[in-house]
Design a binder for this molecule. Structure first.
Ligand SMILES: Cc1cc2nc3c(=O)[nH]c(=O)nc-3n(C[C@H](O)[C@H](O)[C@H](O)COP(=O)(O)OP(=O)(O)OC[C@H]3O[C@@H](n4cnc5c(N)ncnc54)[C@H](O)[C@@H]3O)c2cc1C
Length: 453
């Protein structure tokens, strides 16, 4: 393990600089962790790089919870969304397990996450980047954060890495895997944006053929009026955004390949190029397409939608077979049943996935798999837990467990475990996992949003 440079400790305004539990990353996993930890009595700080809690749930325009159990914190979030008419069930009996998927309003979900975190008594630091875990003799002692006041050290008994990319674990020297073992490929990222102001009826009335659209956009790309993002995946480049395979304009959800979410230059370029391309398309369509005279950008995402990066190696690596066989573990702290959903560039398997594929790539009907506590514990760093899509698993298991309810379930388990560590004055490695399992069972007092028993 490398040594970390220590910075002089500084107080940040009214915040303490000593916490029982510090959670880095405020996405579904971080929200679950922070709420569970604080409710169990641990003094908890949640650090989030952006201005809002929610992670991909709010930043990248993802607005539907896949059908898989989410644990008590998720169930409460779902209930509050439904009470405000900010969510509705989508049912497809062939494709989704009952009761279906839950579509939600992302802004309301972010606000409810904020409400739940505050009610639990969690302190939050937003617009704050968790830079490095602090460790001494192989034991995590806290975190160094970058704020408007400079670099600051915050101490914690337990640090929980919910950054999705395993930033904290990697900074402490934890071993990890990233991408396909054969060629390192990563699942594609998405740039989801919304445009508005289109008069669809006027466009329909103009009866422009697909051949005409092909030629129009071919010209725009040839002349440089429209420049597709360099990482664009699957769509026809020379007629972008008109896609010959789909025979339609793809405005609003572009897939990007070959981007490593831990490479800030690649991510910045992709975000910048996608915004530019969207503006070029808006200008071009306003000038050239009937019904598009008032076309405008309505929302850009604040982050790329990223599906895959570091998988921190723990005491147990959850596998594809565990998913298929519905494996249960004595230290199983979360259950899941979503299918193995790869959005993979070739030679991997990419969408669209037919129903047969979906059925073959999930646990047996009416069954589920469990995720053990050992997959949340980095094998070579003490004092830390990981939760969310950076836990210890193979690529295929990641493609199933990365959905938001499961990530929040994993966070809830990590927060519960972290608070138990504090109460019992033990490290995550010393904690008896059965106690986490028992506590989570006690906390299941709210009707589960997704459950089959
Ligand atoms: C395009 C796309 C579509 C998807 N569709 C669905 C869907 O329909 N349904 C579904 O259930 N799931 C879906 N998913 C999966 C799901 O959204 C994510 O896998 C899930 O949000 C991961 O949760 P997380 O908490 O681990 O990470 P994230 O949601 O990525 O949250 C991580 C948080 O940590 C913060 N952070 C990162 N690094 C740092 C740092 N160093 N310091 C401080 N903060 C940091 C980030 O700003 C972010 O807020 C989709 C994913 C993508 C990309």
């Amino acid at each position: 393990m490398q040594n970390t440079v220590n910075f002089p400790s500084k107080r940040i305004f009214d915040l303490n600089d000593q916490y029982d539990v510090v959670v880095c990353g405020g996405g579904p996993a971080g929200i679950g962790t922070a709420v569970a930890s604080a409710r169990a009595g641990a003094r908890t700080l949640l650090i989030e790089a952006t201005s809002c809690l929610g992670g991909i749930m709010g930043n990248a325009h993802v607005s539907s919870f896949c059908a898989s159990p989410g644990g008590p914190v998720f169930d409460e979030l779902a209930r509050r969304l439904l009470e405000l008419d900010a969510a509705h069930w989508r049912v497809n009996p062939e494709r989704f397990r009952p009761p279906g998927r839950l579509s939600f309003h992302p802004e309301t979900a972010r606000a409810i996450a904020n409400e739940m975190v505050r009610e639990a008594g969690v302190d939050t630091l937003r617009n704050t980047f968790a830079s490095h875990a602090i460790h001494e003799n192989g034991r995590i002692k806290g975190v160094i954060v970058a704020t408007k006041s400079g670099l600051t050290e915050i101490s914690s008994d337990v640090l929980v890495d919910c950054t999705a990319d395993g930033d904290m674990a990697a900074s402490a020297g934890a071993s990890f895997q990233k991408g396909d073992p054969e060629d390192g490929r990563l699942q594609v990222c998405n740039f989801r944006w919304y445009g508005g102001g289109i008069d669809h009826e006027a466009f329909k009335q103009a009866s422009i053929t697909n051949e005409e659209l092909t030629e129009l956009f071919r010209g725009a790309n040839r002349d440089g009026a429209i420049q597709p993002p360099s990482a664009l995946f699957a769509q026809t480049r020379e007629t972008f955004p008109f896609d010959r395979t789909e025979q339609k304009m793809i405005l609003g959800n572009w897939e990007l390949q070959g981007i490593d979410p831990t490479d800030p230059a690649q991510v910045s370029d992709a975000l910048s190029e996608c915004q530019l391309a969207a503006l070029q398309i808006v200008r071009f369509c306003r000038r050239n397409l009937p019904g598009y005279e008032n076309f405008r950008v309505e929302h850009f995402p604040t982050t790329l939608g990223t599906r895959e990066s570091r998988r921190i190696l723990g005491d147990y690596v959850l596998t594809r077979e565990d998913v298929f066989e519905g494996h249960k573990f004595p230290d199983g702290v979360a259950r899941a049943w979503f299918w193995i959903d790869f959005h993979d560039p070739p030679p991997g398997r990419t969408i669209p996935h037919g129903l047969e594929y979906v059925k073959k790539h999930q646990p047996p009907p009416d069954d589920w798999y469990e995720i053990p506590y050992r997959s949340l514990r980095p094998r070579d760093v003490e004092g830390m837990l990981v939760a969310g899509r950076c836990i210890s698993c193979d690529r295929s298991a990641l493609a199933s467990l990365r959905v938001m309810p499961t990530c929040m379930y994993l966070g809830t388990a990590a927060g519960t475990a972290a608070a138990l560590c504090v109460n019992e004055n033990v490290t995550p490695g010393e904690l008896e996992p059965e106690k986490v399992v028992a506590q989570l069972e006690k906390d299941r007092d709210i009707k589960p949003a997704f459950d089959n028993n």
